[in-house]
Design a protein around this ligand. Sequence first.
Ligand code: AMP
Length: 113
Amino acid sequence: MSDKTIFARIIDRELPADIVYEDDRCLAFRDIAPVAPTHVLVVPKEPLDKIENMTESMEGLVGHLVFVASQIAKQEGLTGFRLVMNNGAEVGQSVFHIHLHVLGGRSMSWPPG
Ligand code: AMP
């Protein structure tokens, strides 16, 4: 049994996904259970379980994820969008390989639930 996360398996093409963007540092694909008309996940190819464990050397990578997310939002025609990164099961993290949710296409309330 592999100890790879679902996202590592998608990156390695062991599992299918609806991929919308790829480069040497990240992969973006549509969430399998979307909570908004646009719900894309931007996932670094280098695995890290939680954003709290990021090191200073990863600043560029994490900035890149945000840049890619903004380009995807543009590509999807979104004028307003929300970027979310859950850290910890208690706030809803379920896959322990960091990822940025790009959410848009409907109005959203604040604060989040
Ligand atoms: P989080 O709860 O922040 O860790 O987000 C994990 C997200 O991954 C959830 O929104 C899930 O719906 C999504 N997800 C889980 N498995 C897959 C999959 N095989 N393909 C696409 N998205 C997935």
